[in-house]
Write a protein that binds this ligand. Sequence first.
Ligand code: PNS
Length: 164
Amino acid sequence: MVNAGGHVAIYPGSFDPITNGHLDLIERGAKLVDKLIVSILRNDSKQPLFTVEERMEMLREVIGRFPNVEVDSFDGLLVDYAARKKATVILRGIRAISDYEFELQMALMNRRLGPDIETIFLMAGEAYSYISSRLVKEVFGLGGNISGLVPPAVEARLRKRKGI
Ligand code: PNS
């Protein structure tokens, strides 16, 4: 089913913080749909490094060059949020086979909860397939070099957070 405004996709996640792997997925995903909404889960049980507002700011700083990409946040069930946004697609990335199991569970649960919304997976770009927000934070926290793993604006924010 195509909406009057065309295909809307949601790219949901924690984005704590956005990495170059996420950015690559946004760039490729945005070409497949009319509107891509990158949306941050608000009620996450994980202890995030950045607040939702900070994460939204960082996303906005780096998606400027994509005219059909928006940044948002959501609470509650993803399928309910997607329906409110009139989205027909959930976009997720898969890096290694280890991502597959959790992604399959989520996709099947979301299909059960919202049969009209299709989850579409893109394979992470090969240059980014080992990058995760968790590892970026760990490496940065231990003084390692993270340039090339996250957008420069995110690296600057991590430095500011650490006071360097
Ligand atoms: O970046 P992440 O942490 O892998 O993203 C996980 C996310 C936000 C996509 C997932 O936790 C989610 O969609 N949560 C919303 C709650 C929900 O709908 N749960 C049931 C479907 S699995």
